[in-house]
Design a binder for this molecule. Structure first.
Ligand SMILES: NC(=O)C1=CN([C@@H]2O[C@H](COP(=O)(O)OP(=O)(O)OC[C@H]3O[C@@H](n4cnc5c(N)ncnc54)[C@H](O)[C@@H]3O)[C@@H](O)[C@H]2O)C=CC1
Ligand SMILES: CC(C)CC(=O)C(=O)O
Ligand SMILES: [Mg+2]
Length: 368
């Protein structure tokens, strides 16, 4: 197959992990006789420096024409003093909105060799398999007004949703639950927020169309606690943009590191954008020690979801599993009697395992 892939490395560790993912995809293209063409574009701080905008028109245009987009991460101290609408993060929010990527799928499942890597007890982590479906183009991060009001010495952010926006993400959650354990937990703050009360009503109404799916509701504060005390109770979690953002970083603790989590930002049809859950990690950028696995697993998710390349994705995920079983890991993780390696060495070992592996043995972390 011929596929045009736009890569947006962004800032901080973004370039280091993107390099790892592209090397893995090139090896897959060679093994399976595909033609992947990569075109790199600017976003975030790099785009502010290069084009005076966190999201240049050329980047939007390229993403809209691509078969899929891979994104590293944006942001860094260098741009922290800029006003909100000019910061690198605006480029990320902007591309999600431009592409209509209303659903962000964040799977949380620990690879077996990393069951000890979590600070949580192994018996709590083992067997947990969660998919957080985060609404991605509405809610508190997008609602207007969002501004300072100097005359009142005050400030406002707005949590705004249309009913249609809530319906489509809830639909996505029910449909996805059908491919998993058929359980949806809707997370909100309906004891306080009007938007959450409408969210709950929509979930209840929609559930009538999905009688095969079990539904429950949790308030976000309790959900945060239960995620790390009894994660096995969850299958699919569906929630508002900011709640999903926060809960997924918390849930990454189950997998051993924030650097492990991939994500898929998708719409009902059209181009998808695949990005790790973490940010640009300025504290480790340039040191060659970033964990590339969240980015590499995002690339395998792209193969699976945008290109229908199941076997190719299985092979990547199995090569990751083999590498961890052999004890190799970056410094953010821990494996008993393991070997600490840097980003490039970790990628080299994965490439070696890709060449030899047998994906039929894979217990992959796929979204299905
Ligand atoms: N998707 C994106 O582009 C995101 C961007 N950001 C931006 O990133 C910048 C830094 O934000 P932080 O709050 O520090 O969050 P962060 O996610 O960049 O880092 C949090 C902690 O996790 C570690 N970490 C993250 N990814 C890692 C990896 N792959 N390997 C090893 N360790 C890893 C970092 O070293 C740091 O200690 C900010 O400018 C923020 O706005 C934050 C989150 C998401
Ligand atoms: C700009 C932020 C919303 C990025 C972030 O933390 C995320 O999407 O997870
Ligand atoms: Mg986040």
């Amino acid at each position: 197959m011929n596929k045009q892939i736009v890569i947006l490395p962004g800032d901080g560790i973004g370039k280091e992990i993107m390099d790892a993912a592209v090397r893995v995809l090139q090896a897959i293209a060679e093994n399976f006789n595909h033609q992947f063409t990569f075109s790199e574009h600017l976003i975030g701080g790099a785009a502010i420096d290069g084009e005076q905008s966190p999201l240049p028109e050329t980047t939007i245009h390229a993403c809209k024409k691509a078969d899929a987009v891979l994104l590293g991460a944006v942001g860094g101290e260098k741009w922290d003093a800029l006003p909100g609408e000019k910061r690198p993060e605006k480029g990320l929010l902007g591309i999600r909105k431009e592409l209509g990527l209303f659903a962000n799928l964040r799977p949380i499942k620990a690879f077996t060799p990393l069951l000890h890597a979590s600070p949580l007890k192994e018996e709590i982590v083992e067997g947990s398999n969660i998919l957080i479906i985060r609404e991605l183009t509405g809610g508190l991060y997008f609602g207007e007004p969002k501004k300072r009001i100097p005359e009142e010495n005050a400030v406002v952010d707005t949590l705004y949703y249309t009913q249609t926006e809530i319906e489509r993400i809830v639909d996505k959650a029910f449909q996805t639950a059908r491919t998993r354990k058929k359980r949806v937990t809707s997370v909100d703050k309906a004891n306080v927020l009007e938007s959450s009360r409408v969210w709950r009503e929509v979930v209840e109404e929609k559930s009538k169309q999905y009688p095969d799916i079990a539904v429950d509701h949790l308030l976000v504060d309790a959900a945060a606690m239960k995620l790390i005390t009894n994660p096995k109770q969850f299958d699919v979690i569906v929630t508002e943009n900011m709640f999903g953002d926060i809960l997924s970083d918390e849930a990454s603790v189950l997998t051993g590191s924030l650097g492990m989590l991939p994500s898929a930002s998708v719409r009902t049809d059209g181009v998808g954008l695949y990005e790790p859950v973490h940010g640009s990690a300025p504290d480790i950028a340039g040191k060659g020690i970033a964990n590339p696995l969240g980015m590499i697993l995002s690339a395998s998710s792209m193969l699976r979801q945008s290109f229908g390349m199941e076997q190719e994705a299985d092979e990547i995920e199995y090569a990751v599993q083999m590498t961890l079983e052999q004890g190799y890991h970056t410094p953010d993780l821990s494996i008993k009697n393991g070997t600490v390696v840097g980003t490039k060495e970790m990628t080299d070992i994965i490439l070696g395992n890709l060449a030899t592996n047998d994906a039929s043995q894979c217990i992959c972390n796929s979204y299905a």
